[in-house]
Design a protein around this ligand. Structure first.
Ligand SMILES: *Cc1c(COP(=O)(O)O)cnc(C)c1O
Length: 367
């Protein structure tokens, strides 16, 4: 074997916001014998997965399973639900990706831009919506670039209270939030919420999931040029038979099946509490060193902490040191935040003991 130590205890432990650590038993689940996607075994597999995915999304609606990364389903949300104009709520690099996807698909938009590190607030959204002829809003639940969790529930409530609130599609990217940060699809009355396997789900990359409301399905019927691979109507036609139109990523479905059982055995409330506790420990550790938190107070993400590098630590050197100790964190995202911030992810299956190990190693580097 090479020195990469795949599957061994000595691999580099990922404190980066995706891909995240995947437990050995989940990795091993991918090695099961291949099945054909029109064989009853595959329908049984998807039939086991679907209700468990619904529990994780807190929904009784359909949850589409896609062989793509999360970005694929961002494009799907835009292609399927927008006819008139969408409001892009942008407070970081990933919410700006929503904007780019909208523009690449030649849909009309307006941008509600908020300073990076700040949250999108309900009153900002409804003020803009009331001033134009919109039929959709795109928002990022958990802005991975800044460590901000936007108040999606309050935003959705405010939107639904508008005179035309029921006609507005609420599209939510929860790629780095879902299953670590609370999101309740039905109770919050959302239309499309998408996520991906390699973040808080603690699975290998390659799968994406999205819950879709009845309202969004009805809307899709009115939208021309939905495309082929990500057409919600076509995907649903197969999903009700526990199938997918094209070949699914069968090996990843095996891992998903097993991981959903583990997630639900832990319990969603316990899972959220564990993430909040890891977030609180990251913030407490950072402040004890004299760092500032980049995210606005009260909106700090339970899955990733973005720390302002006000102490001028050499982040690449820190990461080089951490790698020697089989750990890695993330520098700030993109030209705007690199070296000015750094990020510690605490999502998926990481535990408090992992965090303590990481803080001790950074302490040793800074000593
Ligand atoms: C990682 C991430 C994405 C991109 O997801 P892919 O699975 O890489 O396509 C989108 N949005 C957010 C908030 C993310 O954290």
């Amino acid at each position: 074997m090479s020195s990469s130590n795949r599957n061994s205890a000595k691999h580099v432990k990922l404190f980066i916001p995706g891909p995240t650590e995947v437990r050995p038993d989940i990795l091993a689940a991918q090695g099961q014998a291949m099945i054909g996607h029109r064989m009853p075994e595959c329908a049984q597999l998807i039939g086991r997965i679907e209700p468990n995915l619904q529990r994780v999304f807190f929904t009784e609606k359909r949850v589409i399973i896609s062989a793509s990364s999360g970005t694929g389903l961002m494009e799907a949300a835009i292609r399927n639900t927008v006819n008139k104009k969408i409001l892009n709520c942008v407070n970081g690099a990933f919410s700006d990706r929503w904007r780019k996807i909208v523009e690449a698909n030649s849909k009309d938009n307006e941008v509600l831009a908020v300073e990076w590190g700040q949250a999108i607030l309900p009153e900002m959204v409804v003020e803009r919506l009331a001033a134009g002829d919109f039929d959709a809003v795109a928002i990022t639940h958990n802005e991975t670039s800044t460590g901000v969790t936007n108040p999606v529930q309050a935003i959705a409530n405010a939107i639904r209270a508008l005179p035309n609130g029921d006609d507005i599609m609420i599209l939510v990217d929860s790629v780095s939030g879902l299953s670590g940060a609370r999101l309740e699809f039905d109770a919050w009355d959302l239309d499309v919420v998408l996520t991906a396997s390699q973040k808080a789900f603690a699975l290998p990359p390659g799968l994406a999931f999205c819950a879709v409301s009845d309202r969004a399905m009805a809307k899709a019927k009115t939208v021309p040029n939905r495309g082929y691979y990500f057409d919600f109507l076509e995907l649903e036609k197969y999903l009700i038979k526990n199938q997918t139109p094209a070949t699914p990523a069968v090996s990843l479905l095996y891992a998903l099946d097993k991981q959903l059982e583990k997630m639900l055995a832990e319990g969603m409330e316990a899972r959220f509490a564990r993430h909040r506790a890891m977030r609180d420990s990251a913030i407490a550790w950072a402040k004890s060193k004299g760092f500032e938190i980049f995210a606005a107070s009260g909106y700090e993400s339970p899955t990733v902490t973005c720390i302002a590098n006000n102490l001028g630590v050499d982040i690449p050197a820190l990461n080089q040191y951490l790698r020697q100790h089989n750990m890695i964190i993330s520098n700030g995202y993109g030209a705007k935040l690199k070296n000015k911030t750094f990020r510690i992810a605490h999502m998926g299956d990481l535990q408090m003991a992992d965090m303590e190990e990481l803080f001790a190693a950074i302490d040793a580097f800074m000593a």
